[in-house]
Design a protein around this ligand. Structure first.
Ligand SMILES: Cc1cc2nc3c(=O)[nH]c(=O)nc-3n(C[C@H](O)[C@H](O)[C@H](O)COP(=O)(O)OP(=O)(O)OC[C@H]3O[C@@H](n4cnc5c(N)ncnc54)[C@H](O)[C@@H]3O)c2cc1C
Length: 400
């Protein structure tokens, strides 16, 4: 049964009920210039700004809504080093050496995210093991192959048969892979604190609400909806799934996805509080919060418009509750919060990060899939590296 709490009716995510670190931002009331204009103040814009402001470049962020008010606030924030596309599948799509590089890079990105967030004092950044359950995408035998491929790539994982899984985690599936290097965060707090830390270096200013309505690449000028201009040496689209038409999007799809948070559980329902996700399509994935709630998500479908997406929230929440109750015996699946959002995805599961074709000095990151936080960090490394004369060794994996 769905509890009709206030947050369920408004569709607010659980993170919006938590503390809101104050981030200085102002209206765009005059034209100005900066070394780098970043459009978007979500987790991608925040990580890029964090990297760039360290290098001494002047940075302006413009956001039409405000800091951390896009998809970032909807994220369930499993920060997975495991890519949505299994290593054995990715190897078929892009070749084994590149697939291995992409998987290893994601692991490094999760380490880098945790280290940076802890460095600036973001609370509740918690490293977690990750349990990947056999499903219709990878059955028991395919999961064993995935395990072998990961081990051969130096990526630690443990294969659990159904008896191991039952005795250690109380879960009923034919098999699972346990890996060791994921994390969970509060995505809104992490983003706001990253932005706050970059603003404190005084090389960065955030303007919001400030919608960028037009870009003149030759003049290196962006024009806001209110008519003011921002001149730039470089520009970065960190606009999440709201991508402008000038950016090529071959193979790019926008997905709507649904999430909920239960009331705090009376007891810990599985040891070690690892993140859990299914090798299935559609899949269910879950994590816990520091106050003992289960946050779970899934039920993805192709995005058409926000109204239609939001209208499905009650039905999708019921499905999530049913699936959660079936997977975790004894869980109280009452939903205290339920929300939805959208993200871009690609055929390989890898994002596109790089210089925008035919738009000199413009950079973009798109098609993050369910690994948005991990890829935001890789986008920051690649783009900051390119703009500061330190090309990233893995940039070719993600470029156009
Ligand atoms: C329900 C849900 C669950 C998810 N769960 C996970 C998860 O567990 N783990 C994970 O890693 N990822 C997850 N994701 C994906 C993740 O949320 C996104 O990949 C990530 O937050 C994208 O961040 P972003 O900064 O690129 O985009 P956003 O947070 O959307 O920020 C983009 C910003 O750009 C601004 N903007 C857009 N156009 C303009 C313009 N023209 N002018 C000015 N500003 C503009 C918007 O206002 C917005 O604030 C989930 C997503 C959803 C919806």
């Amino acid at each position: 049964m769905i509890t009709a709490s206030k947050d369920l009716r408004t569709g607010r995510s659980i993170w919006e009920s938590g503390p809101t670190p104050r981030v200085p931002h102002r209206r765009l009331s005059r034209s100005l210039a900066a070394d780098v204009l970043v459009i978007g103040a979500g987790i991608t814009g925040a990580m890029i700004a964090d990297g760039l402001s360290e290098s001494g470049l002047s940075v302006v962020i413009a956001d039409k809504r405000g800091p951390a008010k896009g998809s970032t606030t909807a994220s369930t924030a499993l920060v997975q080093s495991e890519i949505d596309t299994p290593l054995i599948h990715l190897a078929r799509k892009i070749g084994k050496p590149n697939a291995v590089r992409a998987w290893r890079r994601s692991k490094l990105a999760v380490d880098a995210i945790s280290a940076r967030l802890l460095e600036i004092g973001v609370p509740n950044v918690i490293r977690r093991d990750s349990l990947y359950l056999a499903g219709d995408l990878l059955d028991k035998d395919a999961l064993a192959n995935e395990h072998d491929a990961r081990k051969a790539a130096g990526l630690a994982s443990r294969f659990l048969n159904s008896a191991d899984l039952k005795s250690r985690f109380g879960l009923t599936r034919s098999a699972a892979l346990l890996s060791y290097d994921s994390a969970v965060i509060d995505p809104r707090q992490a983003t706001l604190l990253l932005l706050k830390s970059a603003c404190a270096r005084r090389a960065m200013t955030i303007y919001s609400p400030a919608e960028i309505a037009a870009i003149d690449v030759r003049e290196r000028t962006a024009t806001a909806a209110n008519g003011h201009h921002i001149e730039f040496r470089h520009m970065v689209f960190a606009t999440g799934y709201e991508m402008r038409d000038c950016v090529p999007r071959r193979g790019h799809q926008i997905i709507s996805t649904y999430a909920m948070a239960t009331a705090p559980q009376k007891r810990r329902l599985w040891p070690e509080q690892c993140t859990i996700w299914e090798a299935s399509d559609p899949y269910l994935y879950l994590r816990t919060t520091p106050d003992g709630r289960i946050v779970c998500g899934g039920e993805d479908e192709e995005f058409s418009d926000e109204e239609k997406r939001d209208a499905l929230l009650a039905r999708k929440t019921k499905t999530l509750q049913r699936k959660l109750g079936r997977m975790i015996r004894g869980a109280d699946a009452t939903a205290d919060f339920a929300w939805c959002g959208s993200f871009g995805s690609s055929a390989t599961g890898l994002p596109r990060i790089g210089a925008v074709p035919k738009m000199p000095h413009c950079w973009v990151a798109l098609g993050y899939g369910g690994n948005g936080t991990t890829y935001a960090r890789i986008a920051a490394d690649v783009i900051c590296g390119a703009l500061t004369g330190r090309p990233d060794v893995d940039a070719d994996l993600y470029d156009f």
